[in-house]
Design a protein around this ligand. Sequence first.
Ligand SMILES: [Zn+2]
Ligand SMILES: [Zn+2]
Length: 254
Amino acid sequence: MDVQILGCYGGQLPEKRLTSFLINGNVLIDAGGVTGGLDFEGQKKIDHVVISHAHLDHIKDLPMLADNVIGSRPDPIEVVSAPEVIATLRNHVLNNHVWPDFTVIPTADAPVLRYREEPVRQTFEVAGLTIEFIPVNHPVPTNGMFISDGKSTLLFTADTGPTDEIWARAADYPDLSAVILEISFPNNLADLSLLSGHLSPCHIPEELAKLGRDDIPAYIYHFKPGFEGALIEEVADLNIPHLRPLVQGEHIQV
Ligand SMILES: [Zn+2]
Ligand SMILES: [Zn+2]
């Protein structure tokens, strides 16, 4: 599968976009940086948006995407997430106060967005991909996910502090081919990372040891952009050959 890294930062600065990964051109994983990272033609091709959690840095561009593509697509964009996340979007974002409810615009029969709730720990299909949500360790309901295309599987941990279940579940995916995991703050702010349900570079060896695979690439996302230089140095200092930061704009093949 082709994974285009539209944004991979845990904060926003000019030219530094929030989390958004585009799979095979039509399935978006998180919507932090899609309208800033993809042209209009590309935005119109997004059929599904799969959301890990409702923190603003992962949903910020969803309201803008809906607004952009109105009248330009034959079918609604399906917004796929766990029930708690959909409830937050419905009640607190696309609620006719912060932004219009695009699930009834222009009409309830042919809207711009359609919600699709999927439970955790159960596989479901999205545009030929098989996805499974696994809860991780973050202050709001958050799911990492396994994304499979029948040939290979990508594990995206989403935002999480130290966690166990998702790493253990990886053993059930023998075709696991790549991992995307987070780092947010540098090591001198490791306590802040843990307090906020995130990781620093010093936590990475223990997390990857739970996976127990050094034969597949592991990619880092969610750098706070103000600390990017320190974080890149600290990741390099870990001396883990199969580990590297994602680069905004790149495509990775899984
Ligand atoms: Zn985040
Ligand atoms: Zn978060």
